[in-house]
Design a protein around this ligand. Structure first.
Ligand SMILES: [Zn+2]
Length: 221
């Protein structure tokens, strides 16, 4: 593994560097956190398949163990699976040993669900990065993945607001944060806060809007 400098150590990727300077392709990247979820993830996968668009799913290890068939579906349909920790604890408040455990267990459960999954990225729960979180991710061979466009779809502002928020702020190289699931404390299936129906409705309009603006939705490099 390449050794990162101290400066790089402090950073996670919020957008794909150099994408803005490149002429021609205007690439953007869709990421979905807090799944897989038995209701919302299949709907999102269906939409992505219909539109032939790749995405990165930042999954919880605990959910990967519960719904391994959804991890296999993500991989077989050409999506990336990233590590979003085992249980969605706030890792910024954890000791390095606990962080290591949360990352390693999630990786193991993703691999158990789908041995073909090549996990390359770590996304910290709540986007709370610390040097320990970044360095433990690196030790596990994972790059730290943040985002640059956040329409706060989890707060259910309305599908239209989600679409507008993304389309007004997206740039070449942007990494867009969306949610196909919810953390365990919100994930009682009948819990209103866990509904991702707005995200599902927004997604088809969003893909269309991005394409109309000349963006190419791509897999992360
Ligand atoms: Zn999350």
């Amino acid at each position: 593994m390449r050794r990162l400098s101290d400066c790089e150590m402090l950073q996670s990727i919020a957008e794909v560097p150099n994408e803005r300077e490149r002429n021609g392709l205007r690439k953007v990247y869709l990421t979905f956190d807090d799944g897989p979820h038995p209701i919302w993830t299949p709907k999102i996968l269906d939409l992505l398949a219909r539109q032939r668009v790749p995405a990165t799913f930042c999954v919880l290890g605990a959910y990967a163990a519960e719904y391994p068939e959804l991890i296999r579906r993500m991989v077989s349909e050409g999506h990336d699976v990233a590590n979003h920790s085992l249980s969605h604890r706030d890792l910024s408040k954890c000791e390095p040993g606990q962080i290591r455990h949360e990352i390693a267990e999630a990786n193991a459960l993703i691999q158990r669900a789908c041995p073909a999954a090549a996990v390359r990225y770590m996304r910290a729960p709540y986007g709370k990065w610390t040097n320990d979180v970044i360095s433990e991710s690196m030790k596990a061979g994972l790059m730290s993945l943040h985002w640059s466009v956040d329409p706060r779809d989890w707060s259910r502002p309305g599908a239209e607001a989600i679409v507008d928020s993304v389309l007004t702020s997206v740039l070449p190289g942007s990494i867009v944060l969306l949610h196909d699931g919810a953390p365990p404390e919100e994930c009682d299936l009948h819990h209103r806060d866990a509904s991702r129906v707005q995200t599902v409705i927004a997604l088809s309009r969003l893909i269309l809007g991005l394409k109309e603006r000349g963006f190419v939705i791509s897999s992360l490099p």
